[in-house]
Design a protein around this ligand. Structure first.
Ligand SMILES: [Fe+2]
Length: 310
């Protein structure tokens, strides 16, 4: 099978002329994996496949994970996670942004980051697309690291940052809260949506990618809470907060982003050890369905703060 690779705007690449229904030999598998590590975000368009084939294709990139939320698993395909807007979970996922109700908007994040062992990656395939909205954004944090100035690279080389798993967005310290109000059914504690509690996850501010060795700026706005022991780096708490605000602002630079407007059959695979992602959400009542498969993370990129020692 031959295919072309074309860069997407800013980051990521599109694989053109590739039909996932065709048999894929070992050589092509290796080529796809190399492309995944090179670009972090791969787009394949018009893939007319069923969940079984999506699962099989995803296994090229590693063993698959079942999502921790049993309620969102597909019964027929436990490795499939159905991301649905316009269904019965909307009320939990609705919040207000400048007075407008939006379903399923998510800030920049990395999946399972709060466990200190993020997924290695995931693959999304659009089944039903929203006529308007419902974009998914991807951000390359290896490029974001590369583009830091030398002084900042030195300043953060030995810093650690802590992430606190907290359901209430108003308590997230580094997201944009202006104009935000939770919805009447927004979860207040993890058990409201069937999650357990998690201790804080601690990461080096710069993580080396386990496969490529590239340096990744491990600063993502969702759940970000603080610099760990800032005084060891000669920083006061307010200086440490200011530094994190500056780094988060840096990750928001559109030069590091690709936002995808979905068409049915579009598929995106990303490397969750390197790329963050977000969703813009949809207006209430809009139908959107994305089938997702998840590639297991088999490496602790961070560590869990020992709750008893906190
Ligand atoms: Fe996610």
């Amino acid at each position: 099978m031959s295919f072309e690779v074309k860069p997407l705007p800013n980051v990521g690449a599109e694989v053109i002329g590739f039909d996932i229904r065709e048999p894929i030999g070992e050589e092509v598998e290796a080529e796809l994996k190399a492309l995944w590590y090179e670009h972090a975000i791969l787009l394949f368009r018009e893939q007319d496949i069923d969940p079984g084939r999506q699962i099989e294709f995803s296994r090229i990139f590693g063993p698959l994970e079942k999502h921790p939320l049993e309620t969102t698993r597909s019964l027929e395909y436990p490795e499939l996670f159905e991301l649905e807007n316009g269904g019965d979970k909307d009320s939990f996922n609705t919040a207000y942004y400048h007075g407008e109700p939006i379903v399923g908007r998510l800030d920049w994040h990395m999946d399972l980051h709060y466990t200190a062992r993020p997924n290695h990656g995931a693959l999304l395939r659009a089944v039903t697309v929203a006529g308007e909205g419902g974009l998914t954004g991807f951000g390359d944090l290896a490029l974001a690291y590369d583009e830091l100035d030398e002084a900042t690279k030195q300043q953060i080389a030995y810093l650690e940052v802590a992430y606190t798993f907290e359901m209430q967005r108003v308590k997230w310290r580094f997201v944009e809260l202006e104009g935000y109000a939770p919805g009447p059914h927004s979860p207040k504690k993890p058990s409201d949506v069937g999650f357990p509690e998690f201790p804080d996850a601690i990461y080096p501010a710069v993580v080396e990618h386990p496969i490529t060795g590239r340096k990744v700026l491990e600063v993502v706005e969702q759940f970000l809470d603080r610099v760990v022991e800032p005084e060891k780096a000669g920083l006061s708490e307010s200086e440490a907060d200011a530094l994190l605000h500056r780094l988060v602002e840096h990750t928001r630079d559109p030069r590091f982003h690709y936002f995808h407007t979905w068409q049915p059959g579009d598929m995106i695979l990303w490397d969750n050890w390197r790329a963050m992602h977000c969703t813009t959400g949809t207006a209430p009542g809009i139908k959107r369905l994305i089938n997702r498969t998840t590639i297991q993370g088999d490496v602790m990129l961070g560590r869990q703060l020992d709750a008893s020692a906190a």
